[in-house]
Write a protein that binds this ligand. Structure first.
Ligand code: S3P
Length: 174
């Protein structure tokens, strides 16, 4: 049983949705993907939400989802890449979760995601110049996480690294 939520943060393509279920299984916890939760609640896809409500509408839904999820018994959570943009979300995460940043070099992230049509922020961005700027702005916010984990390798290797880092942290706290 987890004592706090474990929230995976990081840029699009860092592997939160793949690593999350594997990590949850290893920790004996339930897993929630925030994007999937939002899509279920809205009854619409993320591109549809962006198109009809704008990014601000999506961010409001994301903040509501965060508050609802943090009210549940401790879980492993995959956050959307922009969750950490709002100060209030970061405050809630600091209070109620152990945050893990899945760190992957920007070129590798962009090679993984390409111009994924399910990710509105990657559309109409030739050369990924907007995406690179976004990453540069967000990097210090991801770095507020409790643990920084090299997630450039396979999901299984990333899970092993996270488990070892959580153990080391726990041992250090005793
Ligand atoms: C976003 C990342 C996406 C999704 C939405 C916005 C972002 O999630 O929440 O498209 O602002 O970086 P992933 O990080 O799971 O791709």
């Amino acid at each position: 049983m987890l004592d706090r939520h474990v929230v995976l943060v990081g840029f699009m393509g860092c592997g939160k949705s793949t690593v999350g279920p594997l990590l949850a299984k290893r920790l004996g916890a339930q897993f929630i993907d925030m994007d999937q939760h939002i899509v279920r609640q809205a009854g619409r896809s993320i591109p549809e939400i962006f198109a009809s409500e704008g990014e601000a509408g999506f961010r409001d839904r994301e903040s509501d989802a965060l508050r609802a999820i943090l009210g549940l018994p401790p879980l492993v959570v995959a956050a959307g890449g922009g969750l950490i943009e709002r100060t209030e979300n970061r405050r809630l995460l600091r209070e109620a979760a152990r945050q893990i940043w899945l760190r992957v070099p920007i070129d590798q992230l962009l090679a993984r995601v390409g111009a994924d049509p399910n990710r509105p922020l990657l559309q109409n961005d030739p050369g990924f110049s907007r995406a690179r700027k976004l990453y540069a702005c967000r990097e210090p916010l991801y770095a507020e996480a409790d643990l920084h984990v090299d997630a450039a390798r396979s999901p299984e290797q990333t899970v092993d690294t996270i488990i070892a880092a959580l153990r080391a942290k726990r041992a250090g706290a005793q």
